[in-house]
Write a new protein. Structure first.
Length: 301
């Protein structure tokens, strides 16, 4: 009897415990369901054809991208080309140099803007969103900071601002704000080697195939991104196999959301339920003992 009185005095009994756990479980179900829904695929998204046979390695795209997005200037030391780099929270595109069977080749890397993006499908709150025109954008007002987008992306693109008091997810948006003003993406507009072509994906594929047909000895007869992970809006041409340029060739042609649909239905529920469950256990454990340990003594008597 004393045990019952003590738990009621501390405001937490078995009934409260099960109410908390039950409420947490119910609250998580819609989240998991929402996470599994797929983003609508644009019929003919905007994108960029990146012709590495024309890339000069000048890194103009890097500097203009940073300027356009209000980010710090990239490292001006040309020695950075000696080792492959990835994008970061303060650099949304990078140029890498690879020594290939046909000599040095430069290649620009950035978000691939997948036709069915894994990052958007994994995002619980739809902060990562495939826009109507195709580019994948991040919406700050919807982000809860879970960073599932970082884990799900097969190209390792979304980056989190760990050093910022108000962190954001940073990635290429295909210059969404510039396009609203009728401008080209900064990298495309300023490329001196004409290595970047902006347009609708169908037109870019047509142009890429035409370049291969007209110059068969100059190109590897494949377009990277045409079928990779269901297709991407960033398409590549090269004179050598793409694995020599650091591009993943093991991803297959199935869109990642189709591979992870079952996973997304279950895992977010489990991950969001566990903290609530542990909180309930902690509260239930503490409720039976006051600061002097008298509650436990009373229970035994």
């Amino acid at each position: 009897m004393k045990q019952k009185d003590n738990t009621e005095k501390n405001g937490f009994g078995r009934r409260s415990f099960f109410k908390l756990v039950g409420a947490a479980g119910i609250a998580t179900v819609p989240v998991g369901t929402a996470a599994a829904s797929e983003e609508a695929e644009s019929a003919d998204p905007l994108g960029i054809l990146i012709d590495t046979t024309r890339c000069l390695g000048c890194r103009t795209c890097e500097f203009m991208c940073s300027e356009s997005n209000g980010l710090p200037d990239p490292d001006p030391d040309w020695g950075v080309l000696d080792e492959p780099r990835t994008t970061s929270d303060c650099q949304l595109t990078v140029v890498n140099k690879y020594e290939t069977e046909k000599g040095p080749v430069f290649i620009k890397r950035q978000c691939m803007h997948c036709n069915q993006p894994a990052c958007a499908s994994a995002c619980l709150t739809k902060a990562l969103h495939k826009s109507e025109d195709g580019p994948v954008v991040w919406r700050e007002s919807k982000c809860m900071g879970c960073r599932y987008c970082m884990i799900s992306c097969p190209f390792d693109i979304p980056k989190f601002e760990y050093d910022s008091p108000v962190p954001k997810i940073q990635k290429c948006t295909l210059c969404a704000e510039r396009r609203e003003e009728g401008k080209l993406p900064a990298c495309v507009e300023n490329c001196p080697g004409d290595a970047l072509l902006f347009g609708r994906r169908s037109d870019l594929l047509r142009e890429a195939n035409m370049r291969i047909y007209n110059n068969p000895d100059d190109y590897n007869h494949e377009i990277y991104g045409e079928h990779t992970v269901g297709g991407t809006s960033m398409l590549y041409l090269a004179s050598v196999p793409f694995d020599q340029l650091g591009l993943r060739t093991d991803l297959g042609t199935t869109p990642y959301p189709e591979l992870t649909k079952g996973f997304l239905y279950s895992v977010p529920v489990v991950l969001t339920l566990i903290p609530a469950f542990l909180a309930a256990v902690s509260a239930a454990t503490k409720s039976g003992t006051d600061s002097d340990g008298k509650g436990a003594h009373d229970a035994r008597n």
